[in-house]
Design a protein around this ligand. Structure first.
Ligand code: NDP
Length: 434
């Protein structure tokens, strides 16, 4: 604990995993002898660096950049870059740690990593964002390559930022390689990558509901966030006949009782991706409610999909959701539910899936982008979507395989943690003490 003092989010993520792994390895001395748990929580390497850049007023600004190379037992480090003022070492270590298990669950050859900076792209001009990305990459390029560490996007890093980062990497290295995923389709990006996390969440939810011979059609869905994951989760929900009634951002949530349809989603995409505006503009445009400063968990629903950020769904929200009849919660974001909220879900009979299983579709298609880049060809939308569906189905099967509690109940969190752990732990043992 003292080694990672003050790293609250990292402790939270480790505790959640370790609680399910310790009982599993109790009768498996080879994992204990190799001290896998002690090794897997220690990053292989952490890089921290200064990012100086100049704003539009000609003033010098300084941010801190990071790359956490957590585990490379089953493949090159893989995980997104986050640009957000809240970014610190604890957040990135928690995300990199989660990424180890998530990537393993996809069955693709990808290790765990995460990075980013405490830079806030909000309110910055395209020019400022480009200068920042170029300065960030001017250090990061020394530590990444298509064979050893392949970053992607995350909060605050979308298509625009990936483009600027890729351009600078290519210029510094004089190499056109698949060193980043989430690239534009015109320069090596995979089709379906922008949609993959959100679509994957919904494919996973379909599998969960299938356990109860049910489907998403006709269900009332509450979604938080309005970024990449939220937008495409919404798109797939609507396509499959569900009614989505909320979205949110840092300023509050909108509640549209008539449902957010494809046309309204097009407006949201323009608002958030082009204008970079506030979600309250939706309420003004479509004449619905905007609730400032709150999360949408008080709105009655069948299915809740937290898709914004970590620790956004608290214990009282969990109780409220259940009281209002919600029977399925799947995490599109990473660690959006607090440990106390998870305990409430795990001790109820609702279906609850952690992010490392439910949102693995994004990194899965990033893995497919790496394959396409290596092969120097592009698969069609249909091919990629089919593979994404298969991967989400396999992750669900892994959860079923490892998720049975002694009393016979199914815990997706246990299934995802153990299912992700086994492959990495076996590879670490096979590779010796490295
Ligand atoms: P975006 O930056 O596209 O969107 C983030 C959304 O969450 C925005 O609506 C943002 O609001 C909101 N948000 C961010 N921080 C907070 C906060 N502190 N409180 C309330 N709302 C907040 O990010 P993504 O959609 O890509 O990522 C969302 C989540 O999904 C993250 O947890 C990420 O790690 C996870 N994830 C993303 C993947 C991907 O492929 N992109 C893959 C797997 C997981 P605002 O507009 O006001 O900033």
């Amino acid at each position: 604990v003292s080694r990672n003092a003050g790293e609250i989010e990292f402790h939270q993520a480790v505790r959640e995993v370790v609680e399910t792994i310790i009982p599993f390895i109790e009768d498996k001395p080879h994992y204990q002898k190799a001290r896998i748990l002690e090794r897997i929580v220690e990053p292989e390497r952490v890089i921290i660096f200064r990012v100086p850049w100049m704003n539009d007023q000609g003033e010098v600004e300084v941010n801190r950049g990071y790359r956490v190379q957590m585990n490379s037992a089953i493949g090159p480090y893989k995980g997104g870059l986050r640009f957000h003022p809240s970014v610190n070492l604890s957040t990135l270590k928690f995300l990199a740690f989660e990424q180890i298990f998530k990537n393993s669950l996809t069955q693709l050859p990808m290790g765990g990593g995460k990075g980013g900076a405490d830079f806030d792209p909000k309110g910055r001009s395209d020019r400022e964002v480009m200068f920042f990305c170029q300065s960030f990459m001017t250090e990061l390029f020394r530590h990444i390559s298509s064979d050893n560490d392949v970053p992607a996007g995350d909060i605050g890093v979308g298509a625009r930022e990936i483009g600027f980062l890729f351009g600078q990497y290519k210029r510094l290295k004089n190499e056109f390689t698949g060193v980043l995923t989430g690239k534009g389709a015109s320069y090596g990006g995979s089709l379906i990558r922008p949609e993959a996390t959100g679509y994957g969440v919904v494919y996973f939810v379909e599998q969960m509901l299938n356990q109860r011979r049910d489907s998403i059609k006709g269900k009332r869905v509450v979604i938080s966030g309005s970024g990449n994951v939220a937008q495409y989760t919404l798109e797939k929900c609507v396509e499959l006949g569900a009614k989505v009634v909320t979205l949110s951002d840092t300023s509050g949530y909108i509640y549209d009782e008539r449902g957010i349809d494809a046309e309204k989603l097009a407006y949201i995409m323009h608002l958030k991706n082009e204008e970079r505006g506030r979600i309250s503009a939706y309420a003004d445009k479509f004449g619905c409610q905007f609730v400032a400063g709150k999360t949408p968990w008080e709105v009655p629903c069948d299915i809740a999909l937290p898709n914004a950020t970590q620790n956004e769904l608290h214990v009282e929200d969990a109780r409220m959701l259940i009281k209002n009849g919600c029977f399925c919660v799947a995490e599109g974001a990473n660690m959006p539910c607090t440990p106390e909220a998870i305990e409430v879900f795990e001790n109820s009979d609702i279906l609850y899936a952690p992010g490392k299983a439910a949102n693995a579709g994004g990194v899965a298609v990033s893995g497919l982008e790496m394959s396409q880049n290596s092969l120097r060809l592009s698969w069609t939308r249909e091919e990629v979507d089919k593979k994404l569906k298969e991967i989400m189905l396999n992750i669900h099967s892994t959860c079923l395989r490892y998720g049975r509690k002694p009393d016979g109940r199914l815990s997706y969190i246990q299934g995802a943690n153990i299912g992700g752990f086994v492959r990495v732990a076996d590879a670490m043992i096979a590779q010796g003490l490295v």
